[in-house]
Design a protein around this ligand. Sequence first.
Ligand code: SAM
Length: 295
Amino acid sequence: MAKTGSKRMPGTAEGAALARALHTRDSDAPVLFDDWAIHLLAVEDREKVLQGEPTETMAAMGDFDTSPIFAVNVGCLRYAEDEIDQCLASGSAQYLVLGAGLDTFALRRNDLQGKVAVYEVDHPDVQALKIERIRAAGRVPATMPVFVAVDFETTGLNDALGEVGFDKTALSVATWLNTTHYLSVEAIDVTLSDLATVLAPGSRLILNYAPDVALSEDQIEFVTRLLSLTDAAGEPLVSRFTPQAFEQLLQSRGFNVIEHADEAELTQRYFKDRNDGLYPGLPLRIIIAERSRDA
Ligand SMILES: C[S@@+](CC[C@H](N)C(=O)[O-])C[C@H]1O[C@@H](n2cnc3c(N)ncnc32)[C@H](O)[C@@H]1O
């Protein structure tokens, strides 16, 4: 069981769910259609989204739905889900979601009912709130994920997943999105080592991290505001990596990098023909890696 320390509230997870809820509400051609996200917001935020009023986060960020982080969020998730679909089509039957927060893949994918077991890993306080909100939503989830309470800073994945019946011999797909930057380098390293033991060779891992690259003046101004909000939510940005350093870390833990995409690649794939001006306005890096078959 994870050591919980002080109670953790899902501040950044709510921000991510809010982005998906607004994008689904407002876009004629959503990059990612998520009609469950709105149901996982706090009641007061849900009411505001339904009435077209700004939530506290939207007011604090100023034009949240056109802000540089907005498309990073939906773009990374779409990129990951395209890869997940390919993995499921090629034989993966387990999906492990690290730092799942208020992710809704299991809840909304009716087409995958009975075809994939979804395991969600996050802090126990965040999971408790999510379960409460799913129950209060008054709609039936496609699949209820298996919740695995882990604090990446203190708890190993290996035992926690063993206790819930995760099959370490089966081909799986895993994601770790919008989370590594809140973790120490040591916690990331230990979690990757654990992942190498729980994921069968050939399994795929899709993850992103905060790249240590130069920002424009506008981006610095935006990121400074964003960080003051995440600091206030008790989730400060802790780690950044150069692309080379992150690839080396993955390779040293038994993962081969298959694809390493940036914001230009995601723009090209998902945003170039949009007429609403939405595009990922911050540097990002997202990787598809494969658990080495030689291990
Ligand atoms: C920005 S949210 C991302 C949620 C989801 N992956 C998404 O993209 O919508 C970051 C998530 O990481 C989780 N997290 C941060 N630090 C953690 C830790 N030490 N142990 C477990 N989960 C953690 C938070 O609880 C939160 O749900």
